[in-house]
Design a binder for this molecule. Structure first.
Ligand SMILES: [Zn+2]
Length: 131
C-alpha cells in the first residue's frame, strides 16, 4: 500500500485546494484572520488535510489573538514533527504532520499553561471533524 509520503506532487495538487497545496506542500502561510478555523468554536477533532491524521482537539484550542488557529497541546504528539526553521532570520520551530509531511505551522514558547506552548497552525492544513 502506498503511504501518504509516497504521493507525487501531481497527486497532491489534484487532491488539495490551491490554498491547501500552497500551505501544506510549499510551506506557505495563510493570511491572519482569513482562515476557516482561526475563530472557530466548534467542538471536534482537527485532522491533517493531507492524510486525516489526528492532530489537535478543539479542547486545547484557545484564542491567541494571532488570527491563526492556536492550540496549547497536540492530540497525539507522535503525529506532529518539529524542525528548526531560520528562514525569516529568526529561530522558529516549524511543525508538520509526521505521516504525510504536510506543513502545519509553527510552535512558540509563549502559550498558556499547562504546556506553555502555542501551536500556531494554518487552517488550510486542517480539517475539522465535528463532534
Ligand atoms: Zn498528514
Amino acid at each position: 500500500m502506498k503511504t501518504p509520503k509516497d504521493k507525487s506532487d501531481a497527486e497532491w495538487r489534484a487532491e488539495l485546494t490551491p490554498e491547501a497545496y500552497r500551505v501544506a506542500r510549499e510551506h506557505g502561510t495563510e493570511r491572519a484572520f482569513t482562515g476557516l478555523y482561526w475563530d472557530s468554536k466548534d467542538q471536534g477533532t482537527y485532522r491533517c488535510i493531507g492524510c486525516d491524521a489526528e492532530l489537535f482537539s478543539s479542547e486545547t484550542k484557545y484564542d491567541s489573538g494571532s488570527g491563526w488557529p492556536s492550540f496549547y497541546q497536540p492530540l497525539n504528539p507522535a503525529n506532529i514533527g518539529e524542525e528548526s526553521d531560520t528562514k525569516l532570520g529568526m529561530r522558529r520551530t516549524e511543525v508538520h504532520c509526521n505521516q504525510c509531511g504536510a506543513h502545519l505551522g509553527h510552535v512558540f514558547p509563549d502559550g498558556p499553561q499547562p504546556t506553555g506552548l502555542r501551536y500556531c497552525i494554518n487552517s488550510a492544513s486542517l480539517k475539522l471533524e465535528k463532534k
